[in-house]
Design a protein around this ligand. Structure first.
Ligand SMILES: C[S@@+](CC[C@H](N)C(=O)[O-])C[C@H]1O[C@@H](n2cnc3c(N)ncnc32)[C@H](O)[C@@H]1O
Length: 266
């Protein structure tokens, strides 16, 4: 399980880096205190892509705590960030959000590719934890329910709708996922906790030569669609074959809508 997740995270990292908003990252980093080494918390770290992305924006003196429920991904995160910095890791389920000590004295709380997996209740609790620490926040690469494939196939919209339904039915231990509504809900929860929030698009724009990532994406969408609507299996299978053929023929381009969301307390 964690090996295939690790492979998927490696595959998406270049697209993630190209998509993220440098302007929003700089705005959040500019709001961080400068009087002491920064204490940063990365939630659902995976193999540490968020740490690798953010390192170049941060002042040299900072300490990271990385949390994930998967010990193998965390070990990989430690290994792959060792040349840049020392990090602490903690392995536990973030679902209950019942470990307030991880937020204590944090200047900056961040996550990437996480918020679409969590529930509104979890977002409300997270906003309260962050506010109590007076931490600035940056949540990158949250799927926003939009996608566009080229060349167009007649079922593209139907598959996207099924995939979005599947996302909203997800529960990874955080309660029922906000899915494509996560950015709106997070913005509302953090604003209600007193944060000034800013949002920037961070869409993936996958060119035809990104074969492997496109292939995995199409397989993932088809699998999710078939899981939520098994009665549509024939339509989904036929769509999958045509989309994979576009990839194989070097003519497929896919845009996947994401947003980055940042905030700080005035
Ligand atoms: C899509 S990956 C994103 C990883 C990383 N932030 C990145 O951008 O590459 C989601 C991560 O959430 C972690 N995760 C999922 N459910 C979790 C839970 N209940 N508690 C802690 N981590 C969880 C997974 O192990 C995985 O590493």
């Amino acid at each position: 399980m964690s090996e295939s997740l690790s492979d998927w995270l490696a595959l998406r990292e270049p697209a993630d880096f190209a998509a993220r908003s440098a302007a929003l990252t700089r705005a959040v980093v500019d709001a961080l205190p400068r009087r002491r080494p920064l204490r940063i918390l990365d939630l659902a770290t995976g193999t540490g892509a968020n740490v690798r992305y953010l390192a170049r924006f941060l002042p040299p003196d900072h300490k990271w705590l990385l949390v994930d429920r998967d010990p193998e991904l965390l070990a990989e995160a430690s290994r792959r960030t060792a040349a840049m910095m020392a990090v602490d890791t903690k392995c536990f389920d973030l679902g209950p959000l019942d470990r307030p000590e991880i937020f204590a004295n944090r200047d900056f709380v961040t996550a990437s590719a996480l918020l679409d997996l969590v529930s509104e209740r979890w977002l409300r609790d997270l906003a309260e934890r962050c506010r109590a620490a007076r931490a600035a926040v940056l949540f990158a690469l949250t799927y926003n329910g939009r996608s566009q494939c080229s060349p167009v196939e007649p079922e593209d919209d139907a598959i996207r709708e099924l995939m979005n339904r599947h996302q909203r039915a997800n529960d990874k231990g955080f309660g029922r996922a906000a899915g494509p509504d996560a950015v709106d809900r997070a913005e509302r929860c953090f604003a209600a906790a007193g944060y000034v929030m800013t949002r920037e698009p961070s869409d993936w724009a996958l060119p035809s030569e990104m074969h492997a990532l496109q292939r995995e994406l199409i397989e993932g969408w088809a699998e999710a669609a078939a899981e939520i609507a098994p009665e549509e299996s024939a339509m989904i299978q036929s769509w999958r074959v045509r989309r994979q053929d576009h990839v194989a023929q070097n003519r497929s381009r896919i845009v996947v809508g994401h947003d980055d969301l940042g905030g700080w307390l005035p």
